[in-house]
Design a protein around this ligand. Structure first.
Ligand code: 13P
Ligand code: SF4
Length: 366
């Protein structure tokens, strides 16, 4: 649908459907061209970024900072010039998360903050479904993703046609979609959820059966907490499905006092041997409030780096699986996004209206 929207002929837009400005006027025409900034490591760059280096010096060695700092300064200057904000997911690397992001959070927090933004341009430090969610909630703003190939194994595991078939097979059963889905899928379902509100969303529907897509593990983890019968799609997160209970039990045997905290996209056996499970934001809160001496974060690697750089007195043990999609977003690509205003996220307005209903219904649950 993204490709169709890019190449779509505005003249063919159905009557009654408002034209999407992104399809008729290029972002550079709307906001104007700017030159690529000078990216030399100079005393001025060093001075201007010194306070930011303080935030990441526990993670980024001094020898690497001269490579990041010119991008950090250029991005922060251009953000002001273009009235742009960067929304960064908790899995972005520390130089993005701590040095150029304006808002950081889990999927639900980013969606809510995107809906409140006053900026003209939103840049998504995260994967494509997150950028689409930002666009759904901000149809009049320009939403950019620095690399539109930043996908997600969950979002790729299900299509809108699959949802239509599920509805035929289970007539009348409401469908909940994890936000890790495309706008086309969101347009077909009754409501969205994130890892922080999945149980609440499932129970809000007043039905004894619910179809839950696409994460089979999140579905099972919710099933363990509710009487509602969950019919699950068989998708999985390629990062979290690799963790095993045996690995975690080995860490526990080495140090019985270690706190193991896991993301609910992990298989139920992993959650069963963990001390706490929650969204990425809930995991961060756990570390910041409980201040364990040693903690094992069962999730994507960068999050431990991000929390470790602002937490003292906690040792982080990292079994560490990288999300290759999140890692497509880098400082040079964010700078390109700001200079060339790419990649613009577009969603067909009629489809966006249907998808927005599912996201908004979730947000309205509170
Ligand atoms: P959160 O909503 O918990 O940040 O999870 C998003 C995600 O993609 C985790 O893999
Ligand atoms: Fe998708 Fe998993 Fe990457 Fe999250 S960590 S974006 S669920 S592939």
């Amino acid at each position: 649908m993204r490709e169709q929207a890019f190449s779509g002929d505005p003249a063919l837009t159905p009557i009654g459907v408002p034209l999407d400005p992104e399809r008729t006027v290029s972002a550079l025409d709307r906001f104007g061209a700017v030159p690529m900034p000078n990216l030399a490591w100079t005393p001025e760059v060093e001075r201007a970024t010194a306070h930011l280096y303080e935030k990441v010096k526990a993670i980024i060695p001094p020898v690497e900072w001269p490579f990041h700092a010119p991008y950090v300064k250029a991005i922060n200057d251009l953000k002001k010039q273009r009235n742009a904000v960067i929304l960064a997911h908790n899995y972005q690397t520390p130089e993005i998360y701590h040095c150029v992001a304006d808002v950081v959070g889990d999927s639900l927090q980013l969606a809510k903050l995107a809906a409140q933004s006053e900026a003209d341009i939103l840049i998504q430090g995260g994967v494509h479904f997150m950028a689409e969610t930002a666009k759904l909630l901000n149809p009049d703003k320009t939403v950019l993703i620095p690399d539109s190939r930043a996908g997600c194994s969950l979002a790729q595991s299900i299509t809108a046609a699959d949802i239509r078939l599920l509805r035929q097979r289970y007539p009348g059963v409401p469908v909940v979609a994890y936000v890790n889905t495309s706008a086309e899928v969101k347009a077909e379902v009754d409501i969205c959820c994130t890892s922080s509100n999945a149980l609440k969303v499932v129970e809000s529907l007043g039905s004894d059966r619910v179809i839950f897509v696409p994460d089979q593990y999140l579905a099972k983890n919710v099933q363990a907490q509710t009487k509602v019968k969950i019919i699950a799609w068989q998708g999985a997160c390629e990062v979290h499905e690799r963790f095993t209970a045996e690995d975690l039990l080995r860490y526990r045997a080495d140090d019985p006092s270690i706190q193991i905290i896991a993301h609910p996209e992990c298989p139920p056996e992993v959650i069963a041997v963990s001390d706490f499970a929650g969204s990425t934001a809930a995991m961060i809160d756990f570390v910041k409030t409980k201040r364990p001496k040693r903690v094992l974060l069962v999730t994507e690697c960068s999050m431990a780096d991000n929390v470790a750089s602002e937490t003292t007195g906690t040792e982080f043990v990292r079994p560490c699986n990288l999300c290759p999609h999140m890692k497509r977003i880098t400082l040079p690509k964010i700078l390109d996004s700001l200079v060339y205003l790419k990649d613009v996220v577009t969603i067909d307005p009629a489809l966006a209206a249907r998808a927005r209903r599912s996201v908004q219904r979730m947000i309205d649950l509170g």
